[in-house]
Design a binder for this molecule. Structure first.
Ligand SMILES: O=C(O)CCC(=O)C(=O)O
Ligand SMILES: [Fe+2]
Length: 339
């Protein structure tokens, strides 16, 4: 993988500054706070995940998408009440419009919850669907999950300190049951360069996105315009989700983003990792120092997208909206009760 420079207007943060002296760690935290207050997106280098690990992740994703359709359909999300598994191109909606991408969703591997009295969002917990035709996939992404979780936990501690709170202020929210989710995504090319994935905010806390080297297509909203966020080799694109906006009364910003389809004859792979709290936990509302509280904008109020601080509620809302076919098969009762 080459590390040729890519021109970008998003900030680039170097996480290895946390390994330096206190002044260097402090400078990293200030840059982290500034980036996620202003734009809500940045590139992260110096995160310590070696290039060969990233290369293996993309190669494995490529092998998965190259499997015969029957093998991918064998793990279709339509078979999973927990919204795990494969979604064919056109099977997902964002903003009520069809997304042009195929993907497999791999969440934290857990037993299903059989208690009928449990809140509806506990239906999201359960086993993944693993493709028997590609047995190596599971170990590659178990490793990816561990590595990304370690990076994410360090970032959460840095945010906590940068907001004037103890380093561990978010720890209980994640506990030992974070709701991690990895997606392997492939965007086919098409003439109209239309919706790969439509404009959205991520519903959780933190997203670490790895984009196939050399590929553009991701666009980030800033001051009413879209800015391009092309792949920077070896760097994660990092953004925060609605729960960080909730936790900071809008001081930090969940930013809208979308992916435009690649041109005909090309494809684009991406691997987003979502680091999210336990389903039944509510993120704390951080008490900001007054100079930051003065700049808090309040949590976005959108009647079509009510932000709940309880992660399970916020995720269930997003899952039912994005995967109505899965919802219709497994959760018709929830569709009837939604407004
Ligand atoms: O594929 C990408 O680059 C972004 C995907 C994304 O925003 C998402 O799945 O939430
Ligand atoms: Fe996203």
């Amino acid at each position: 993988m080459t590390h040729a420079p890519v021109s970008t207007s998003l900030p680039v943060l170097d996480m290895s500054m946390l390994d330096g002296d206190e002044a260097s760690a402090h400078a990293f935290r200030d840059a982290l706070r500034a980036a996620t207050h202003d734009v809500g997106f940045f590139y992260l280098v110096g995160h310590g995940i070696p290039d060969d690990v990233t290369t293996r992740a993309f190669a494995t994703a490529e092998q998965f998408f190259a499997l015969p359709a029957e093998d991918k359909q064998g793990v279709e999300m339509l078979r999973s009440p927990h919204f795990r598994g494969y979604t064919r191109t056109g099977g997902e909606l964002t903003g009520g419009q069809v997304d042009w991408r195929e993907q497999i969703d791999i969440g934290a591997e857990r037993d299903r919850v059989d208690d009928p009295g449990a809140p509806a969002y506990m239906r999201l917990e359960g086993p993944n669907l693993w493709p028997t035709a590609l047995p190596g996939l599971r170990a590659v992404f178990a490793d990816w999950e561990q590595r990304c979780t370690a990076v994410a936990r360090r970032l959460m501690q840095s945010w906590a300190l940068s907001l004037g709170s103890p380093a561990d202020v978010f720890d209980d929210t994640f506990g030992d049951r974070p709701s991690t989710l990895i997606k392997l995504v492939r965007y086919p090319g098409r003439e109209d360069r239309g919706q790969g994935v439509g404009a959205h905010n991520d519903p959780g806390v933190l997203t670490l996105l790895m984009i196939e080297p050399g590929k553009g297509g991701l666009q980030v909203e800033h001051d009413g315009a879209w800015i391009e966020a092309p792949a920077v080799p070896g760097a994660f694109v990092v953004n925060i989700g609605e729960l960080m906006e909730f936790a900071t009364d809008g001081y930090l910003k969940a930013t809208m983003h979308r992916v435009v389809s690649p041109p005909p004859g090309e494809t684009r792979l991406s691997i987003p990792f979502f680091f999210n709290p336990a389903l039944d936990s509510t993120v704390p509302r951080i008490e900001l120092p007054s100079e930051l509280a003065d700049q808090a904008r309040g949590v976005t109020q959108d009647p079509h997208n009510v932000i709940s601080g309880t992660f399970g509620d916020n995720l269930l809302k997003a899952r039912l909206r994005a995967h109505p076919h899965v919802a219709a098969v497994h959760h018709p009762d929830l569709l009837r009760s939604s407004p």
